[in-house]
Each structure stands twice: as C-alpha cells, then as structure tokens.
Design a protein around this ligand. Structure first.
Ligand SMILES: *[C@@H]1O[C@H](CO)[C@@H](O)[C@H](O)[C@H]1NC(C)=O
Ligand SMILES: *[C@@H]1O[C@H](CO)[C@@H](O)[C@H](O)[C@H]1NC(C)=O
Ligand SMILES: *[C@@H]1O[C@H](CO)[C@@H](O)[C@H](O)[C@H]1NC(C)=O
Ligand SMILES: *[C@@H]1O[C@H](CO)[C@@H](O)[C@H](O)[C@H]1NC(C)=O
Ligand SMILES: *[C@@H]1O[C@H](CO)[C@@H](O)[C@H](O)[C@H]1NC(C)=O
Ligand SMILES: [Zn+2]
Length: 468
C-alpha cells in the first residue's frame, strides 16, 4: 500500500517535470544564429539596409553589444555559443600557444582541429544535442571540430569557397527535413575581409555593407519560401567591429627590444609575447614604457574587467595597442588598413545585433548587452538547460516576448539573477507535488510510518518538517 503510494508519487513528480515549459515540442523553440564577421554596429547607418530594417521593425535591436576581450574572431565566436569569456572557454586568440600541450593553434594556418583547444567550453550545439535535439552548422568557427566527443548533427567542413547561398540552402534543408534541426548556426566571412583590406572608413565599404544586406534578404526570402520564417527565431549578429588604421600609426618593437629575446605568438593589436628562458625581466623592462601608444601588461596585471588572465594560453606579456595603432616587429610585416582586437569597451569594436521571431518582442530597441548573455538567452529560447556560463538571462530577458509589458513597465531583473529560472520552476513544481503527496501519504499511512524504509523518506523529510 505505502509502496504503491510512493511509486505513484514518483510518477507524478516525473509528469510534473515533463509537462513544465522546458520540454515543449521543439518546433516551438527553433533558432538560427547568423554571424556576418566584422559587421560593426554602426555600418547600418552608412547605406540603406532594408533587410536589417525589416528585422528591426518586426523584432529587436541592441545598439551596443560589449563583446569579449580580445575582440578577435575565434574568441568571440566561441563566446557567443558558450556564454564564457575567453579565459574560461580557452580560445583566447586566433593565434595561440599552449605551454602544457606544447601545441600551437593558428587560424591563419587553419591549425584549429585539436579538440583539446575547445573542450574548456561547451558550445550551444553540444548543449542542444545533450538535451536530445538536433543541430546544423554552416562554417561557424569550431563547428567542424569534435568537441566533447561530439560534432553538430549536420555540419559543413570549413571551406571559404562555399557560397553564402549554398550555406543557407543547407540550413533550410536541415530545418525542413524529416528529422529537422531546431538549432542552426551560420557564418559568413564578410564584411571582415573587406574591412581589413579597405579600412572601415573607406567609401568602398558602402557597397560591401549593401551586399551583406542583400545576403540577409536572400536568407529571409529562403526562410519564407520554406514556410518557416515566422517559426524560427533569427539572431543576426557579429563577432566584433573594425577600426581604421594608418601607416602613420605603426609601432615597431624591434626599435625597443631584440626579437631574439622572445617568441611572437599573437599579432597586433593585442600582441602576445613569450619571453625566451630567463629573458622575462629584460623584455618587460625594455617594453614597459617604450611608447605611449601601447600598453604593456604583465599577465597578472591585465585589468580584471577584461576577464583575460586565468588561462595558461594567455602569454606572460601582453601588449595592447591604442585604438587605430598597429604593432609590428618591423615594417617588413604585412600592414592592413582595418583591424580589431582592441579594448572591448571601444564602440568601434562592437558588433551589430538584431533578432526576430516568435519568442522575441516586436519593434523593441535596447541600449546595451554583453555578448556572454546571448548563450543563456538562446538556451532559454531553445528550452535547453545551459551549461555553467558567465552570462545572465535576467539582463536580456526584456528582449523576449514573454517579458513584454501587458500594461505597466516590466520589473528589470538585477544582474546576477539566476540563469536557471526554468529549471528552478520545474524543481519548485516537483517539490510542491512531492510535498502534497507526502502529506497525503502521511495521512493515509500514519500508523505504518515508523516502519517505512528510511531511504524512501530522504527527500521528503525536510519538507515534512517544514510543512507539518
Ligand atoms: C615542443 O614541440 C616542438 C615541436 O613542435 C619540439 O621541438 C620541442 O622540443 C617541444 N618542447 C617540449 C618542451 O617538449
Ligand atoms: C570548397 O568549395 C568549393 C566550392 O563549392 C569546391 O569547389 C571545392 O572543391 C571545395 N574544397 C574542398 C577542399 O572541399
Ligand atoms: C611611438 O612610436 C611612434 C611610431 O614609431 C613614434 O612616432 C612616437 O614618437 C613614439 N612615441 C614615443 C613616446 O616614443
Ligand atoms: C626586411 O626585408 C628585407 C628583404 O627581405 C631585408 O633585407 C631586411 O633586412 C628586412 N628588414 C628588417 C628590419 O627585418
Ligand atoms: C565564468 O564561468 C565559468 C564557468 O562557470 C567560471 O569558472 C568562471 O569563474 C566565470 N568567470 C567569471 C569572471 O565569473
Ligand atoms: Zn571576425
């Protein structure tokens, strides 16, 4: 009798957990995350961008997204899908050295495939698949690497020659096939490449920006054609902005210290320096006050707000150029007219952010957010439990339709609020059921209670004590 009641109780708990919002059909929780590399937030002001405008009108826009330091491609793409700062997800630069592994990582040489570089973070597609769903990835950095023994359900091996149209087509296929994905991620190399080559201030950038708007238009059209435009939550953003450089603003390190004394690990504008054995003091002293257009940090003195310290892949000396400056060893290196990587509080480093879909508000504009908050937001939309991260759902909850004020302004949740609200909700629901049941059980089995096996009472005991 008691056994059966307890079994019934467990069953009800399971039902309560299953029927809470976290587990609704996945068609209701579809998401496509798109990154146009190096699309600075204010590019939208340069030329007419009707497709971005349409998304903003029907969805949300965030004016200033503070991305993570260093404001480079690989660190920020991994931050978007993990909610972790670079020091915590381990992809601390595009060019890295890991002293424990004695291994180098290089975006330039496409030497990025060792899972050990990536395993410090849990990317969104892994989060999604661990929750039993399916994901598709078109060229997103890291999405063709086996991370935590897993690839995205569908992915394209990185190949810059595959057209935007082909990438979109793949995603549409995956979203509409018999066992569809609920999560897609899409990466496109422009306008970053042109920004580096031309410099963001060049008038020639205008047509590059217009072209991206056209590509976005193609994507919207394909989603409409496939009949999923109103069902997919679409987030269009980027990894970073771009700053204008000049040959008048070049610092040559060879002028200050011999290149024989150190290894040059990562390049401008945040140069990572690994001094040769026993040469640390000499290198640091030579550079520390060498030129006011660069800041030289000992690793332990890197400002806390960068969240860029606690990782062995961050080198002992980091040199940060002032905005618009280039650091080279000498003028034999390659010079670019545009670059990024600088201080993440600079507006020039900030990416665009617009989003639209059934989970999102319409015509809503928000002043700022942190890019680490995107991951808990996406997990919430997908209804999957987020891995530990540095973001705060409460900081971006106002982007969600569910938070739209019915009458008065919504309460603004404080930063630091738990990102586990849905999980907490389920647990509370379950706890209520347990509480109820055990009160019931206790009433029914009052006389037999002393003979109940202790193990069965473990969970219920604190509740019984509180409630009765
Ligand atoms: C690190 O690897 C390089 C080859 O890539 C090798 O020459 C060197 O000896 C290794 N260093 C250590 C400390 O194992
Ligand atoms: C990359 O994509 C292009 C265009 O689709 C194709 O022609 C080429 O064979 C691909 N390269 C590799 C290595 O797969
Ligand atoms: C910093 O370097 C630039 C470029 O070489 C030079 O023009 C400038 O004078 C230097 N500043 C100082 C304080 O040395
Ligand atoms: C630059 O390159 C030229 C030609 O390769 C070489 O002669 C010169 O020594 C180099 N200068 C420096 C500062 O490395
Ligand atoms: C970021 O999150 C990771 C994982 O939870 C944690 O280890 C790290 O301390 C967090 N960093 C900050 C600055 O809170
Ligand atoms: Zn980039």
């Amino acid at each position: 009798m008691t056994d059966r009641l307890i079994k019934a109780g467990c069953f009800l708990v399971v039902v309560a957990v299953i029927t809470t919002p976290g587990c609704s059909p996945e068609e209701l929780h579809r998401l496509l995350l798109v990154s146009f590399d190096g699309f600075r937030w204010d590019y939208l002001k340069r030329v007419p961008t009707p497709n971005f405008d349409a998304l903003m009108e029907e969805g949300v826009r965030v004016q200033q997204v503070e991305n993570t330091y260093i404001t480079k491609t690989f660190p920020n793409h991994y931050t978007m899908v993990t909610g972790l700062h670079a020091e915590s997800h381990g992809i601390v630069a595009n060019e890295m050295y890991d002293p424990d592994l004695n291994l180098t990582f290089s975006m330039d040489r496409m030497d990025t495939y060792d899972p050990r570089w990536w395993d410090e973070g849990v990317p969104l597609w892994v989060t999604n698949q661990r929750a039993g769903h399916r994901s598709g990835a078109a060229m997103w950095p890291g999405s063709d690497v086996e991370i935590h023994q897993m690839y995205p359900t569908h992915y394209l091996p990185y190949n810059a020659s595959v057209s935007f149209q082909d990438r979109v087509q793949k995603l549409i296929d995956w979203f509409t096939q018999e066992r569809p994905i609920n999560l897609g991620v899409l990466y496109w190399e422009e306008p970053d490449e042109s920004g580096h080559r031309l410099g963001p201030d060049s008038p020639l950038m205008n047509e590059v920006i217009a072209d991206i708007d056209g590509k976005l238009g193609f994507l919207l059209e394909q989603l409409k054609k496939a009949g999923i435009y109103d069902e997919v939550n679409l987030v269009v953003t980027s990894d970073h902005g771009m700053a204008q450089l000049s040959t008048d603003r070049i610092i040559e390190l060879d002028k200050y210290v011999s290149s024989n004394l150190y290894t040059w690990i990562d390049k401008s504008p945040v140069v990572a320096i690994l001094p040769k054995e026993g040469k640390y003091d000499e290198v640091y002293k030579a550079l520390a006050n060498a030129n006011s257009s660069m800041t030289v940090y000992k690793k332990e003195d890197i400002p806390d707000h960068y969240h860029y310290k606690h990782n062995d892949r961050i080198m002992p000396i980091i040199i940060e150029a002032k905005e618009g400056w280039t650091i080279m060893q000498n003028k034999n290196g390659t010079f670019m007219l545009g670059n990024h990587g600088y201080d993440n509080t600079l507006p020039s480093m900030h990416p665009v952010f617009v989003a639209r879909g059934p989970a999102l508000r319409r015509g809503y504009s928000k002043a700022s957010m942190h890019s680490v908050d995107l991951y808990p937001l996406m997990c919430h939309i997908l209804a999957v439990p987020p891995a530990p991260n540095n973001g705060t759902l409460g900081s971006v909850r106002d982007l969600l339709k569910e938070s739209a004020p019915p009458t008065a302004a919504p309460p603004t949740p404080a930063r630091g609020e738990s990102t586990y609200a849905p999980v907490l909700g389920s647990l509370l629901g379950a706890a209520l059921v347990v509480g109820f049941l055990f009160v019931f059980v206790k009433q029914v089995t009052r006389k037999q209670l002393p003979s109940l096996p202790i193990g069965n009472l473990e969970i219920a005991q604190p509740l019984l004590q509180e409630e009765l």
